[in-house]
Design a binder for this molecule. Structure first.
Ligand code: SF4
Length: 477
């Protein structure tokens, strides 16, 4: 029987308010590695207790949740029976830009950045522009995109930039936030004042920060290194690579040049190989992140990736290279929201074969690490959490979906278990009303539909298909 845990922090204020840490796990450790950073920041800054045992909830009037991924929506479903009558539940966090999944149980949901607004919410203010309310669920809400705040996030982390100056069509950052950089001097001051060697300069694309070369030099002068690395392969320069001491993250995303071009991450193959060469020549540990199931993807795209890996294995006899693959989940509030989700079991199997082929690679050259791919059913559970309320009954049904089906088959399987997805889930067009359509985001370019149509034209072009065919067959529309 589980023992009852005390709140992790002493209550410093008279209001009976707490955070619930969904990531604490069975050990209920004080802040696990998965605890959202926002929860750590707000609870410490405002002295809000954090609990992780459902039995502790009853003594609080208001419970805050920080939801940073769609799996959290399922954890909320399992916790729901512990909500006592009259208790107020309020969610915030990255996942809340699509609040439908938790709208059935939350009283309020904060949409967007919250650093400036949290003290108001804590003081009891609910009538705020970014606050979704169960009392008026269809009200239009403008996503709160705050100005960048130079106050450090923790003793070792500071936000250096927000948004992203690139505009990859699948990525949330440029479409939900406008691009901003923190004042250069604040970042330098932080680096110099920080006692440890490792500092976190939070940025989606650090090499794109206009003053990053100066920051790299400051890091080197002070004998420090940053833990956050580049997402933008194109931006890497020799001076930055040579100074980096930790693993380098390269967000490649598309397996081939044509896929990267289609999704507006136009890294030519030649550039990609040159950047890999640069990193490996400097003896860096690298991590290249790819997606699978991008629109138009075919077996030949994976062939190109394998060719690139083979080429580098011939050039370098040592080094370390991690290659994670993430199944694409078309994100809300991006041009990809009109892409019908697809999951190719065949492609996932191929990635898993590739993974197997890399076991023991270090014995003869570069050591490769290819993590297992998220399976179809688990991916599907995340995707639908943006479309329907994840009640305990829905969570139970989702668990029964067979693990290896295509999207249409999973939709049917769910239907036969009594849970029907809206028609729009598989049929999207210019007039589609999404479950998140009452949330308005602009980012750096509000015309997301125009960008999606641009991608459709690319996918139909002879440059993409290499033939005079129209849209590739594998793009499940
Ligand atoms: S470079 Fe990275 S962070 Fe920037 S838009 Fe593209 S995927 Fe997003």
């Amino acid at each position: 029987m589980a023992t009852r845990q005390l709140p992790l922090f002493a209550l410093r204020r008279p209001q009976r308010v707490c955070f619930y840490d969904l990531s604490a796990g069975k050990s209920r450790a004080k802040f696990s590695a998965y605890t959202p950073k926002a929860m750590v920041f707000f609870s410490e800054k405002y002295g809000v207790p954090v609990v992780s045992d459902p039995a502790d909830l009853a003594s609080f009037d208001v419970v805050f949740f920080s939801l940073h991924c769609f799996r959290d929506f399922y954890k909320v479903a399992r916790l729901a029976e512990h909500k006592r009558p009259g208790q107020e539940w309020i969610a915030g966090g990255k996942a809340c830009a699509t609040p439908t999944g938790v709208s059935w149980i939350m009283d309020y949901i904060w949409i967007g950045d919250c650093r400036a607004s949290f003290p108001l919410i804590l003081a009891g203010d609910r009538d705020l522009a970014g606050m979704w309310s169960a009392k008026n669920p269809d009200r239009m809400i403008r996503y709160v995109d705050e100005d960048i705040d130079p106050e450090p996030l923790s003793s070792s982390e500071i936000e250096m930039s927000k948004g992203c100056p690139r505009r990859c069509l699948f990525c949330i950052h440029p479409w939900r936030h406008h691009y901003q950089e923190a004042p250069k001097e604040k970042i330098k001051e932080f680096i110099r004042a920080h006692p440890g060697r490792g500092v976190g300069l939070v940025s989606n694309s650090s090499d794109d920060v206009s003053y990053y070369d100066e920051i790299a030099a400051t890091l080197t002068e002070s004998g420090k290194t940053d833990m956050i690395v580049s997402n933008a392969v194109q931006g890497l320069t020799e001076s930055v690579v040579s100074q980096r001491k930790r693993e380098m993250l390269l967000g490649v995303e598309g397996m081939s040049e044509r896929l990267r071009w289609a999704v507006n991450k136009p890294i030519p193959r030649e550039t990609y190989r040159a950047k890999l060469d640069l990193c490996l020549r400097h003896g860096k540990q690298i991590r290249t992140v790819y997606q699978l199931n991008l629109p138009g993807e075919e077996a030949r795209d994976f062939d190109e990736l394998v060719d690139d890996v083979t080429y580098m294995r011939r050039q370098f006899k040592k080094g370390s290279w991690a290659i994670p693959f993430i199944p694409n989940q078309p994100s809300a509030h991006t041009p990809f929201q009109w892409v019908v989700p697809r999951y190719s079991v065949e492609m996932a199997d191929r990635v898993m074969e590739f993974r197997k082929s890399m076991f023991g690679s270090g014995a003869t050259g570069i050591t490769f690490y290819v993590p297992a791919v998220l399976g179809a059913a688990k991916w599907f559970a995340q995707v639908i959490a943006e479309w329907i309320p994840i009640t305990p009954a829905v969570a139970d049904a989702v668990q029964k979906i067979p693990p290896k089906l295509g999207v249409r088959e999973m939709v049917q399987a769910l239907d036969s278990l009594g849970v029907t997805l809206p028609r729009e889930f598989l049929h999207r067009d210019r007039d589609t009303v999404f479950p998140w359509s009452n949330i308005i985001t602009t980012g750096d370019d509000a015309d997301k539909r125009k960008r999606f149509e641009g991608m459709e034209r690319k996918l139909s072009s002879t440059r993409f298909t290499g033939t005079s065919q129209s849209v590739p067959e594998m793009w499940d529309r």
